[in-house]
Design a protein around this ligand. Sequence first.
Ligand code: HEC
Ligand code: HEC
Ligand code: HEC
Ligand code: HEC
Length: 221
Amino acid sequence: MSSKLTSAWRALFGDSARAFGSLSVILLLCLAVVPAKDHFREWTGYQAGYLRYIANRGDAATLKRRFEGGIQQTWLPAIDVVDRCTTCHVALTATSLDRNGPQPYRPHPVIPHKLDQFGCVLCHRGQGVATSVKEAHNSTLAWEQPILPAQYIESGCGQCHQNKLTGTPQLNQGRQLLGEYGCVHCHTLNLADGNKIAPADHPPLLTHIAESHINAEANAV
Ligand code: HEC
Ligand code: HEC
Ligand code: HEC
Ligand code: HEC
């Protein structure tokens, strides 16, 4: 045993050239393994946590069967969607789980769309391809945006829906107020079809004031 070890030691570190070569390989491995480990640990941790979370439930077997490990993604090339949020949010369709349970293991609230119809980011924002919480939720990239706080989620529906929806009272009211208070005289707000929200207030025309500077009589009429 010890003679085998000695000969292995000689083969790897016997002279300075061998030692240099072996150490370089070891260093390279360390450099490669450390970031890779950090990268994988986070989502693998959430998936392992999920299996622990459901382990003692009556329906554990069913939930486990539905669970898919590894990186999950919704890929819709036609609309440029690559969303991996479901890698951690593993229980979105597990409706038997507690709606107020710990995240990321809550089932998704019922919405009028299928969750894989257009991914997650179209409604929630965030960085779809990311597999760490920091990058997925708090993207600082110029072309991606951090996830919307839940209280603003209705604004996501407004990107596609033009007309009032019963499920989006805040969005409906917001759009109405922007017209009513005339904000849209100055702020351009595009609707899904490319048209703009029209003002619904009727401010007095100020053309006669402009004219009064040129022609003092115009104001007197
Ligand atoms: C690496 C795992 C991971 C990924 C990837 C991930 N999440 Fe999360 N998510 C979590 C965790 C953990 C929480 C609960 C703690 C928190 O809010 O940070 C959470 C919470 C949330 C919440 C609730 C926030 C609130 O205010 O209650 C939303 C919404 C959400 N995630 C959306 C997304 C979307 C959209 C994506 C993809 C762009 C995504 N997540 C990707 C782990 C993840
Ligand atoms: C059609 C729009 C839409 C899509 C697509 C969508 N969501 Fe949501 N999501 C919502 C709405 C609306 C809510 C409810 C917000 C609220 O009122 O709290 C929500 C809530 C959530 C929450 C918070 C749940 C809670 O109760 O704390 C998470 C996490 C979440 N969504 C993740 C996702 C993930 C991951 C995807 C992609 C698989 C996704 N959503 C796709 C609209 C959407
Ligand atoms: C990416 C675009 C898109 C987003 C975002 C979106 N929808 Fe839709 N929605 C559609 C399309 C397209 C239809 C037509 C039917 C279909 O394809 O599902 C539709 C249909 C509907 C319908 C049924 C038909 C109708 O018009 O009454 C409801 C209700 C609805 N969406 C509500 C919502 C809500 C609430 C949200 C936000 C949580 C939302 N949608 C987000 C595109 C979108
Ligand atoms: C007379 C024109 C005018 C009207 C009417 C107007 N705004 Fe503005 N608004 C501006 C200008 C100009 C700025 C930019 C000010 C600055 O950057 O210093 C601004 C800035 C804002 C901002 C900050 C935007 C940002 O990116 O920081 C918000 C929010 C806003 N307005 C909302 C409203 C709302 C809501 C209404 C209606 C109740 C409204 N505005 C009506 C001219 C207007």
